[in-house]
Design a protein around this ligand. Structure first.
Ligand SMILES: [Zn+2]
Length: 220
């Protein structure tokens, strides 16, 4: 990678990731110091395997040690301040690897990760009731380098749901939305359960009052 300059740390990080991803290398942030304006990238096999729970070769179930090879690959990002204006430059320390690389990364969980832009897209699509399979085809078409698979979308939808629920049940969340949103509503409870619920967007009521000659109802 040649010496490039970026406006922000985020731009630099995503450019470095994309650049090396094309070469079949997954980069990770090894160290980062926001005060000094430094970020150091390694490859995903830069680390050294640490035997944290004293497993022996016999007791360990997975061959974890083989993934980390203390690979020397290293790229640095550094911040400059000129007249209070920050910019970020990339410096290549070493593009050498001590392991095989450049293979197809499709199977690597890292490259399936969604960018924040893709996450936002999924979020707004989920609000419009678009199906996960349609979301996936859209992302593949619109975001050329999206390597997500079905489970990536499902996992994201689950985390959106958990975030929306915020520890509440679905019914509590519904009542919360109705109380805090632009809705007119009425709920009847029987034995602590919802027996009837009516709600309408205030705009719908306004439209109803203005155009009340013909009603088309689609009832479920
Ligand atoms: Zn490497």
């Amino acid at each position: 990678m040649q010496s490039y300059t970026f406006n922000t740390r985020e731009e630099l990080i995503s450019a470095v990731r994309d650049h090396y991803k094309q070469q079949g290398v997954v980069t990770t942030i090894k160290r980062s110091d926001s005060k000094k304006g430094k970020v150091i990238f390694g490859c995903d096999r830069s680390g050294k395997y640490r035997n944290r729970v004293s497993l022996t070769e016999d007791t360990r179930q997975r061959q974890t040690s083989t993934r980390l090879t203390e690979c020397p690959f290293e790229v640095k990002g550094k911040r400059q301040l000129v007249d209070g204006q920050e910019s970020w430059s990339v410096f290549v320390v070493s593009e050498e690897h001590n392991h095989e690389h450049g293979v197809n990364l499709i199977g690597h969980p890292y490259v399936r990760r969604l960018s924040s832009e893709e996450k936002t897209t999924i979020h707004s699509m989920s609000l419009s009731g678009i199906r996960p399979s349609q979301m996936l085809s859209y992302l593949k078409e619109e975001h050329g380098n999206c390597n997500a698979i079905r489970s990536t979308i499902y996992n994201e939808l689950t985390s959106i749901r958990l975030e929306v629920l915020d520890g509440r049940t679905a019914v509590d969340t519904l009542l919360h939305v109705l109380r805090n949103g632009p809705f007119e509503f009425q709920v009847d409870f029987r034995n602590g359960c919802i027996a009837n619920i009516f709600f309408s967007h205030k705009k719908s009521i306004e439209l109803c009052r203005r155009f009340s000659t013909v009603f088309l109802l689609d009832c479920t």
